[in-house]
Design a protein. Structure first.
Length: 233
C-alpha cells in the first residue's frame, strides 16, 4: 500500500490495491473492501482511468472496474524508486560537500544498543578510553542481552585506568578484546570511543557521536598515545 501511495493518492492506492488483490469489482464491493465512501471511489476510479491504471466494463447490466495493466504500475513504481534513490544520493552528496560533521546523541540502555549496532554496522575496530560508570553499564548490558558484539564481529581495543582493573578483567574473557591499563593520573569522567570515521564522547549516561573523518583521526591519535603508554593485562 505504501509503495502505491508513492505514485498515487491514498484513496487511489486503496482502490487500486483492492482491484489488484480481488480482480474486477463493483463499486459496492470496492467500498466494502476499502472503507472508502463511494463518492471518493468514483473520483479515484476517474483518476486511475485517466492515468491508464484502470478501466471498466458492463456485465449483466452491472458495471465492474479492474486494473488495466499491472506492468505499467510496476514500471511507474520502479521509476519512482529510482527518483527517490537519486534524491537520497543527491542529499548525501550535498552533505559530504557541506563538510559539516554529523552529530547524534544517545542516552540510556537504548542509546547503548544503538551505539553498539552502529559499531557492528561500520565493522571497524572499536578503540575506547574507558570511564568506569559507562563501562560497567556496558558490560552489564552486553552480558544481560548477549548482544552480537559478544560474538566478535568487531575487534575491540580498550584502555582502562588502574582503579578500574576489575572492569578490565571482565573484558579479558572475550578473545576479540585487547586491553591495556594506564596510571590513575589519566583517569577521567569523560570517555571516548573511535571506530571508522566516528568518534563518540561519553559522559555519564549521554553519548555524543560525531561522524567526521578528521575528528575521528584526531581522537585516534590521542588514543594511540594512551595505548602506547598502557600496559597489557
Amino acid at each position: 500500500m505504501k509503495n502505491l501511495e508513492s505514485i498515487m493518492g491514498k484513496n487511489d492506492s486503496k482502490v487500486c490495491q483492492a482491484l489488484i488483490e480481488n480482480g474486477a469489482l463493483k463499486i459496492a464491493e470496492i467500498e466494502k473492501r476499502t472503507g472508502t465512501h463511494r463518492r471518493n471511489i468514483y473520483d479515484s476510479i476517474a483518476r486511475l482511468t485517466k492515468d491508464g491504471y484502470a478501466s471498466s466494463y458492463v456485465k449483466n447490466n452491472k458495471q465492474y472496474f479492474e486494473v488495466t495493466d499491472i506492468e505499467k504500475i510496476l514500471e511507474r513504481l520502479k521509476e519512482k524508486s529510482e527518483e527517490i534513490e537519486e534524491a537520497i544520493n543527491g542529499l548525501s552528496r550535498a552533505k559530504e560537500k557541506s563538510g559539516k560533521p554529523e552529530i547524534r546523541i544517545y542516552e540510556g540502555d537504548e542509546g547503548v544498543k544503538l551505539l553498539l549496532d552502529d559499531e557492528i554496522r561500520v565493522g571497524k575496530t572499536v578503540c575506547a578510553l574507558v570511564t568506569a560508570s559507562f563501562e560497567r553499564d556496558l558490560w552489564n548490558y552486553l552480558e544481560k542481552n548477549f548482544h552480537p558484539t559478544l560474538k566478535g564481529e568487531v575487534k575491540v581495543r580498550l584502555v582502562y585506568t588502574e582503579s578500574d582493573r576489575d572492569l578490565a578483567e571482565r573484558g579479558k574473557k572475550f578473545p576479540f578484546v585487547k586491553i591495556r591499563v594506564v596510571p590513575d593520573s589519566y583517569r577521567s569522567a569523560v570517555g571516548l570511543e573511535i571506530y571508522g570515521d566516528r568518534a563518540c564522547i561519553i559522559t555519564g549516561e549521554m553519548m555524543v557521536r560525531i561522524k567526521d573523518k578528521e575528528v575521528a583521526k584526531r581522537f585516534m591519535m590521542f588514543f594511540e598515545e594512551m595505548w602506547r603508554i598502557g600496559k597489557p593485562i
